[in-house]
Design a protein around this ligand. Structure first.
Ligand code: PBG
Length: 324
């Protein structure tokens, strides 16, 4: 069918037609809201590079989680900033670690929202790397043991799902085994499967105080140039027992999200990361972009690419827009 027989503009003529043929629709059900928790009381410290986002102590955190729940958001993703960091990331897996306490508090005060925990060590190590350092690099096999222990400690605190983000080989398998051994065989894993060594995590590292003190993350996170390797990473995670596979960041990697959608039958998550959030906020702040429209168009693109779940700092704002 070619012009003039076919005229695509016919069905763009009015909003009713446009609604009828719309292929992708955003829903609040798609959203996961990441939050940063710190110790103390009454703390709500703005994160400079992420306008509207805060490091919150538990009292404020619980209120924000309740607000998310009231907006219809199905899940939050928690990141903890411990009081003390050490070489061995002990704050990551102790019973009264910041995350373990936060999960218990949320489950107690705002139980009707899913709590997902990030399972990584970079917020807890004094050197800021995502695992144990041996001979100047992150040691894979000791790290995955610690990640397993960390996931179990989150499960014991009441987490509904764990999300390993350290990009260690075999981490999903090690966590699955540790959870199963501890009796948590029904706790799902959302695996950060294709996580790239991206500059778009910059604002997050301010928020989570987790920038590496030496070197970078290129020996464990993926090279942004690689697409086929992302598929290999995802195959590994699926084989090891991932329930949801994730691509991260989202907007610069829409092709990877699309490939994941086509190759796998599992739910696909995409992480619309801190730098993607900061870019839109900054441009909107300068008056250079319509921030709300840019937010909704970005989320729509991520969903159109094939994501079922979008992890985004925009979650409450987007949920509000979707209610209108
Ligand atoms: C922890 C982790 C990071 C992010 C999520 N989990 C930072 C990193 O890998 O350096 C980034 C999230 C964001 O930028 O919003 N490893």
């Amino acid at each position: 069918m070619y012009f003039p027989a076919y005229r695509p503009r016919r069905l763009r003529k009015n909003d009713n037609f446009r609604r009828m043929i719309r292929e992708t629709k955003l829903s609040v059900d798609d959203l996961v809201y990441p939050l940063f928790v710190v110790s103390g009381k009454g703390v709500k410290k703005p994160i400079n590079s992420m306008p509207g986002q805060f490091q919150m102590s538990m009292d404020h955190l619980v209120k924000e989680v309740q607000r998310a729940k009231d907006l219809g958001i199905p899940a939050v993703l928690l990141f903890g900033i411990p009081e003390k960091k050490d070489e061995t990331a002990s704050g990551a897996f102790i019973k009264d670690g910041i995350i373990q306490q936060a999960v218990r508090r949320i489950k107690d005060r705002a139980p009707d929202i899913a709590v997902i925990t990030d399972v990584c060590l970079c917020e807890y190590t004094s050197h800021g790397h995502c695992g144990m350092i041996e001979k100047g690099d992150v040691d894979n096999d000791t790290t995955i043991e610690v990640l397993g222990e960390t996931a179990v400690s989150h499960a014991k605190a009441g987490a509904d799902m764990v999300a390993p983000s350290a990009m260690m080989d075999g981490q999903v398998g090690a966590i699955r085994e540790a959870l199963d051994d501890a009796g948590y065989e029904s706790l799902p894993i959302m695996a950060y499967s294709a996580k790239y060594a991206s500059c778009f995590y910059g604002p997050f590292r301010e928020a989570a105080e987790s920038a590496p003190k030496f070197g970078d993350r290129k020996t464990y996170q993926m090279d942004p140039a690689n697409g086929d390797e992302a598929i290999r990473e995802m195959i590994l995670d699926v084989e090891e027992g991932a329930d949801i596979i994730m691509v991260k960041p989202a907007l610069p990697y829409l092709d990877i999200i699309r490939r994941a959608r086509e190759e796998f039958d599992l739910p696909i998550a995409a992480y619309n990361v801190s730098g993607e959030f900061a870019m839109i906020k900054a441009a909107a702040n300068m008056g250079w972009l319509d921030g709300e429209k840019a937010m909704m168009e970005s989320l729509l693109s991520i969903k159109r690419a094939g994501a079922d779940i979008m992890i985004t700092y925009f979650a409450p704002e987007a949920a509000e827009m979707l209610q209108k």
